[in-house]
Ligand binder design. Structure first.
Ligand SMILES: [Zn+2]
Length: 50
């Protein structure tokens, strides 16, 4: 099985600010705004600003 090597980036979970559910993984090279994800736990749309 071939191993996939990731670059040395810090990967973090973006969590719902209301309920703490993990919504997406991002790394420290990510820049993002105006992206909306609907939280499956509290059914709120969360804007992601990184
Ligand atoms: Zn939530």
């Amino acid at each position: 099985m071939k191993k996939i090597r990731y670059p040395a980036l810090e990967r973090k979970w973006y969590r719902c600010p209301k309920c703490g559910t993990k919504l997406a993984i991002f790394d420290n090279a990510t820049k993002c705004n105006g992206l909306y994800i609907k939280c499956r736990t509290c059914k709120e749309e969360v804007e992601i600003n990184i």
